[in-house]
Design a protein around this ligand. Structure first.
Ligand code: 13P
Length: 287
């Protein structure tokens, strides 16, 4: 069964650990993440960007696939299916399609418009029992063609959005989607501490979780981060394992061209990455 992310994140905030959001890109990704969550007895959030949603054949296809896997694979840990960086229209489509959690990213709107649209979505999500993530201060880097400048959020604006009744709040604290550049300045813990001070028990979300040094991730969790988003590291691990398989000429041996064989090393690499992150975030055995 799909659940909203509210309960798992409330528990995470109180227990000083974080739940991983792992973005899915296809069936193999989804299966690898669900199986690892079950094996680790960890709650998990499956993230779907609008681009990935389109790629996988639309939101209802994804809802069908995820619900089917939860049943067929005997997944009993809490699983939330979450729209990542949703537009206002995308959020409405995912609510209709049966997602259990929504992110409305209004960070590029003037704050008044972000407040107005987030308020409307809070009402809808509350009524349906869905969790809602809002964002203040754009996350840097590029994701699905959307390029952000790596802003640092204004803590007062964070408080304003948190008070609207959202479930969790993403705030830019110098984090970036994708690979971090060599001259990256690191996370702004000062800003994070201020945001946590003003927003109290609100679970905070750290986007761009790939490539942040472990110690920084741990420190962010002590300052109120209860959800960490990871996408690029799984992609890199998958690509590297697949490349090695091809470079070793294994697709040319016997039935090595069968996708079930060809994609297996990549799947194992995703599982290893997810396992490592769940251990780092502290969500193991918290299902
Ligand atoms: P990375 O791709 O940098 O891990 O970021 C993922 C993310 O924040 C999804 O919203």
């Amino acid at each position: 069964m799909l659940v909203s992310a509210k309960e798992m994140l409330t528990k995470a905030k109180a227990g000083h650990y974080a739940v991983g959001q792992f973005n899915i890109n296809n069936l193999e990704w989804t299966k690898a993440i669900l199986q690892t969550a079950q094996e680790m007895n960890s709650p998990v959030i499956l993230g779907v960007s609008e681009g990935a949603g389109k790629y996988m054949g639309g939101y209802t296809t994804i809802v069908g696939m995820v619900k089917g896997m939860i049943n067929e694979l005997g997944i009993t840990v809490p699983v939330a299916l979450h729209l990542d960086h949703g537009s206002y229209e995308g959020a409405k489509k995912c609510i209709e399609a049966g997602f259990s959690s929504i992110m409305f990213d209004g960070s590029h709107y003037p704050i008044a418009e972000n407040v107005e649209k987030t308020t409307e979505l809070v009402g809808i999500c509350n009524e349906l029992g869905l969790s809602l993530e809002a964002e203040v201060g754009a996350i840097g880097g590029e994701e699905d063609g959307v390029v952000g400048g790596g802003e640092v959020a204004d803590p007062k604006e964070c408080k304003m959005i948190a008070d609207l009744g959202v479930t969790m709040l993403a705030a830019g604290i110098g984090n970036i989607h994708g690979k971090y550049p060599a001259n990256w300045k690191g996370l702004s813990f000062e800003t994070l501490a201020e945001i946590q001070e003003l927003t109290g028990t609100m679970p905070l979300v750290l986007h761009g979780g790939s490539g942040i040094p472990e110690e920084m991730v741990k420190k962010a969790i002590t300052l109120g981060v209860s959800k960490v988003n990871v996408n690029t590291e799984c992609q890199l691990a998958f690509a590297e394992a697949t490349r090695k398989y091809i470079e070793a000429g294994k697709d040319l041996e016997g039935k090595g061209f069968d996708p079930r064989k060809l994609l297996a090393p990549g799947v194992e690499a995703i599982k290893a990455t997810v396992r490592e992150k769940m251990q780092l975030f502290g969500s193991v055995d918290k299902a």
